[in-house]
Ligand binder design. Structure first.
Ligand SMILES: [Zn+2]
Length: 305
């Protein structure tokens, strides 16, 4: 049995996976802020998940962690996880010492990519397009994450696509994230809704012009992201996940319609059959935690090899 922990900005989602990769137990714990709190709560989440699955920690094959920030997967070190208050933390070695099992640390989007690949039963190549507060992608090829030379593969949220757009936190103008990032949409929309992007979609359906403009901007940004991912990596499948993907078919149908529209003006784009390559991540599944557990397996196998 292996554990997977998805460490997010507010909560840690932990799962215990059986040998057939079925979820045997799932617990959630508040993340806290700063290195001491994150380590303490990650340990607590791991122990609670093991207890819920009725297995002793010593009997675990591995623990995998998905966490935002720049991750050195080999060293198990996470850097610049700003929302968690982490500058640099050797999370893998610290947790491994406390738990006594191999711990693998992976970037959260890469972990979710592995989870999506597994949950959808995919083969070959896949890009996971995470539409959350920000926009980022992960690549999986034949079941393995492709991180790039320095771990920045898939940081497509910071590809500028609108020269007349807004200045992004990264310093550039009109980044993809300023159009399709849930955080940007929420700020532009305003209000206090718990699910602001969903509120925008509902208001757009009701005919609110400002909501229609924001929704179409988001959809156009998501379609642009799909086009970028296929044109750069020619992945067979693009899976849309992240909080914004919970809007479901209402989002997917519009993204596919937008891709169809692009293809009408270009035989070349049409030949790529983009709409048929886009899917949504299965709803209600702890995708990133499952992926983190699977990343942990890969590491323990490497150690044993
Ligand atoms: Zn940017």
């Amino acid at each position: 049995m292996r554990l997977g922990l998805d460490i997010g900005g507010t909560k840690i989602d932990a799962v215990a996976l059986g040998d057939d990769a079925a979820v045997l137990a799932r617990v959630r714990v508040a993340t806290g802020f700063g290195p001491d709190a994150v380590v303490r709560n990650a340990l607590s989440a791991a122990l609670q998940a093991a207890e819920a699955a009725e297995v002793s920690v010593a009997a675990l094959t591995s623990v995998g962690i998905g966490i935002p920030g720049i991750v050195d997967a080999t060293a198990g070190v996470v850097r610049h996880a700003v929302n968690l208050g982490l500058g640099e933390l050797a999370l893998g070695p610290i947790l491994s010492e406390h738990l006594g099992v191999p711990v693998r640390v992976e970037n959260d989007v890469n972990a979710a990519s592995l989870g999506a690949f597994h949950l959808l039963g995919l083969a070959g190549s896949m890009a996971y397009l995470n539409l959350g507060t920000g926009v980022a992608a992960g690549f999986v090829n034949d079941g393995s994450v492709w991180r790039g030379a320095r771990g920045t593969a898939g940081e497509i949220g910071h590809i500028p696509i609108d020269p007349a757009g807004e200045r992004c936190a990264c310093g550039q103008i009109g980044c993809l994230e300023t159009l399709a990032g849930g955080g940007w949409v929420a700020r532009k929309w305003g209000g206090e809704a718990e699910l602001p992007v969903l509120e925008v979609f509902d208001a757009a359906d009701a005919g609110d012009e400002r909501a229609v403009a924001l929704r179409d901007e988001l959809v156009g940004g998501a379609a642009a992201a799909v086009r970028i991912l296929v044109l750069t990596a020619d992945v067979e499948t693009v899976v849309i996940g992240g909080g914004v993907s919970n809007i479901g078919a209402r989002l997917l149908d519009r993204v596919c319609a937008s891709l169809d529209e692009l293809a009408r003006g270009s035989q070349f784009l049409g030949s790529l059959e983009l709409p048929s390559r886009v899917r949504l991540v299965p709803p209600g599944q702890p995708v990133a935690a499952i992926g983190a557990a699977l990343a942990g397996v890969a590491e323990s196998e490497a150690i044993g090899a």
